[in-house]
Ligand binder design. Sequence first.
Ligand SMILES: Cc1cc2nc3c(=O)[nH]c(=O)nc-3n(C[C@H](O)[C@H](O)[C@H](O)COP(=O)(O)OP(=O)(O)OC[C@H]3O[C@@H](n4cnc5c(N)ncnc54)[C@H](O)[C@@H]3O)c2cc1C
Length: 465
Amino acid sequence: MNLDGLRAALDGIKVEDNPAIVKQKSRDFYWYSPILKQRLDHITADLIVSPSSVDEVVAVLKACFEHDVPVTTRGTGTGNYGQAMPLSGGVVLSMAEMSEIFEIAPGRVVTGPGAIIADIDKATRAHSNQELRLHPSTANTATIAGFVAGGSGGVGSIRWGGLRDLGNVIRLKVVTMEAEPRVLDLSGDDLQKVSHAYGTNGVIVEVEMPLTAAYDWVDVLVGFDDFMASVEFCNALGVQDGILLKQLAAIADPLPFDYFLRHKKFLKEGQSLAVAMVAPHAMDAFVTFTARHKAEVVFRSDTEKDLKGLPPAYELAWNHTTLRGLRVDPEITYLQVLYPFPNQVERVRAMTKMFGEEVPGHLEFVRFDGNVTCFGLPIVRYTTEERLEEIMRLHEENGCPIFNPHRYTLEEGGMKQSDPIQLAFKKEADPKGLLNPGKMIAWDDPDFDLTSDKIWLFPGLQPVE
Ligand SMILES: Cc1cc2nc3c(=O)[nH]c(=O)nc-3n(C[C@H](O)[C@H](O)[C@H](O)COP(=O)(O)OP(=O)(O)OC[C@H]3O[C@@H](n4cnc5c(N)ncnc54)[C@H](O)[C@@H]3O)c2cc1C
């Protein structure tokens, strides 16, 4: 890595080398995991480079290729598996300045990679009362390209499925890491090459996303004396085709009362919750459905007089539940679990019985290949790494696949298999392996046994000083 040569080549492009700022911009929410925190705490880049145009991205990648400098692309660093951390140092390429919204049309929006998701929604609402189909619960701080490259779904997934589903991303413009970087427009099947690839095989410089009708979504909390009653309620509500929802989660006692401090005045101790976002015109039907289930609406934002200081419902859900928990009790951690259709409720019941208070439940209801099922982000009362591994193993042995949030590689955090399409594109688009090194095992160590319980250690990981 020739950093002096690189600096000279980057003349005219914004570069930051203040060690404190460089370290800060070399981090994401990796500290969510006690295991990643221990392994990645010392990681830092050498330089932060902030391009302001596609031409500047091309110039940076060309210079980094020539001088053998690794490049880890960053949106705003809200990913929570160390995805945006530069394991071998080099350049963090901050896309935050490329935040322009280029075009809004019926059903679609075109933006720069660094556009903040909530800003896109604001602009599309003002333009034509449209909004993005999906957003992470970090919409107020995360970038759209960071979502496509590092996220999976979130608010809106109960209606639209996940980012991987055909139609939920329309087109991506990507720059390759070669002697002469190419600018490619990817759509259709080609989207798989770089979607959820952690920026290991290209830098996204433009994003075209589908839009849907925007509503003044009503936040609703429904209280239950028993967690499984909230699960059954959500499972039945999720398939009510006539009730338009944007968000639906079930969260077990004691998490709501202990963690949702701003909403505490609406909650009773011992209550589990369903957390929903409902279209205003569906509220009558929603209330009727709730009454049929003899459930109690404890909060609804359309009738509550004083909403001051209350976060939106989606900031109680997804990984915000974990974030609120970590603020109250830094010793907790969490899992990511799929409870496959059609036995999701039985699988949740079995896991709840097996782990009790050690693993309080948190379920996000999602449409998965056309069926409504639930994805879990349960809280874990963390004791040791061994016990955490055992809890994950027991889930898998009982038919509940784990997407391990305590790993920094694509494979270990995903389906535990390499992605041949992403690997083939990396060979073509990043022949020197300089993009986000250490995140794709298939590139660095194709013979690694992904079914083993062992954590893969990237040989190029910066040593602790
Ligand atoms: C409290 C909390 C809640 C969350 N909720 C959700 C959720 O509901 N759903 C969800 O999917 N995720 C969620 N996340 C994870 C994360 O916030 C989102 O995925 C977010 O969209 C990431 O955007 P970012 O700009 O912060 O990306 P970053 O963290 O900066 O980057 C994410 C990954 O994408 C790569 N990348 C970034 N920009 C580009 C680019 N232009 N080209 C190529 N690669 C790029 C990075 O290298 C990295 O690997 C949550 C995280 C937290 C901490």
